[in-house]
Design a protein around this ligand. Structure first.
Ligand code: NI
Ligand code: MN
Length: 223
């Protein structure tokens, strides 16, 4: 069974029963956080970009959990400077794929600022437990999402809908079409007033995919 647990804002865990993959672990200072950075478990940590609401506690958790940190090199350098113990760094960059014990990860483009000098924001396509999951990170709508949908049959697209810093609900609904995703999980909304959105309004705009509104602290099975 593949489980998705939402920890609030854009932080979530994929758990295939053997490996825990923690994504964008912004917990300290996250008004929606449903777990403490001191209690969260991880075997792998994926970071989409270096803005605080994504990079968050990644360095500290990686050290404590001896987790592998998967990110672009500039973020890994930043993380290494934040802690006094070695980090298991796994550098990737846009367009690259890497095999992990749980499955294949491809780092894909996102259209967003990076939060670190020389860096670039990304998304991830994660093949795990026979499912293909696309996490967009923070991004605007871009037509090359069609390429992501062409090369992989996306079972679940995890998309920001908060607007202001990322796509809003209209563009995110268009992204679902570009990606040809079967299911979609919105996130990156409601954390602060500026990204307040109603996911039920998003649901109304989505054509041809199932929308799963997952609340902070909730776990669902990705079937
Ligand atoms: Ni950002
Ligand atoms: Mn963000």
């Amino acid at each position: 069974m593949l489980k998705y647990t939402f920890y609030g804002h854009a932080c979530f865990m994929l758990d295939d029963g053997e490996y825990k993959i923690l994504v964008d672990p912004f917990l300290t200072g996250n008004p929606q956080a449903t777990i403490s950075e001191k209690n969260v478990e991880a075997n792998y940590i994926l970071v989409s970009h270096a803005h605080d609401d994504h990079l968050g506690d990644a360095a500290e958790i990686a050290v404590r959990e001896s987790a592998e940190l998967v990110a672009i090199p500039e973020i890994l350098t930043l993380c290494t400077s934040r802690v006094d113990r070695a980090i298991k760094a796994c550098p990737m960059n846009l367009g690259g794929k890497m095999n992990f014990p749980f499955g294949l990860v491809k780092m894909v483009p996102a259209l967003h600022s990076s939060g670190v000098e020389g860096g670039i924001a990304c998304g991830f396509v994660i093949n795990i437990f026979g499912k293909t999951i696309y996490y967009a990170g923070d991004t605007a709508l871009f037509s090359d999402m069609k390429l992501i949908g062409d090369s992989d049959s996306i079972d679940y697209a995890i998309l920001p809908i908060g607007d202001n810093y990322t796509m809003g609900i209209e563009d995110a609904a268009k992204a679902v079409q570009f990606l040809n995703a079967k299911n979609v999980i919105p996130l990156h909304y409601g954390t602060w007033k500026v990204i307040d959105q109603n996911p039920e309004e998003f649901r109304k705009l989505v054509v041809g995919a199932e929308v799963y509104v997952v609340k902070p602290g909730q776990t669902i099975e990705l079937a």
